[in-house]
Design a protein around this ligand. Sequence first.
Ligand code: MAN
Ligand code: CA
Length: 220
Amino acid sequence: MLSYSSYLLTAVAALLATCHALPKCPGIPGLPDVPGQDGLKGQPHLPGLIEPSGSLMGSAGRDGLPGPQGLPDSLDTELHNVLVNLKHRLSRLEGVLALNGKIKEVGEKILASNGKKVDFASALESCEEAGGTLATPMNEEENKAVLSIVKQYNQYAYLGIKEGGTSGQFKYINGTPLNYTKWHQYEPNGKGTEKCVEMYTDGSWNDKKCNLYRLTICEF
Ligand code: MAN
Ligand code: CA
């Protein structure tokens, strides 16, 4: 919850910083007391929110503890309201997407597929272009969530796992060793000839060549 808040805070700061640098930028609608960056409302005080560096200036903490100087309590309250509003809006959007079967949420991860079957490199590329990476189940719950998408499309999917230099040594895309596996019986058996991993429609894993067409499932 705390990290989500700080993520949102960073997002708001980035938004305000970006808008601050633009000649014309719309305000955030829906909050009557929060001025837009276009200066339609409250032009005098919001620009002061962002330091030249682009970082948020400190304020008195909501817990009553004294915070760094610079941000008036009224603005601190406004910022808090913006965050509450954004969280509410995000959770509604997530609800719509989940309802329509467009995303699957598991823990902090969001899983989604574009429904396309491509080779491993193309699948990874499209996930990264979208700001994510290939789906990489790191526990049973995540594996089940990925499986639900595999079943939805009834297609095997590449996972964000590859074989390292030593055959039989499978790793996450970032090179760290696996902390969870769901190998099918007798897998992995490629002995260096099958460097990618696919998920079967029962959720188990098979090492497989990387140049086949498999469902793209990304995590964000
Ligand atoms: C094929 C490939 C292999 C897999 C075996 C299992 O040969 O898909 O990756 O291990 O089938 O029988
Ligand atoms: Ca295999």
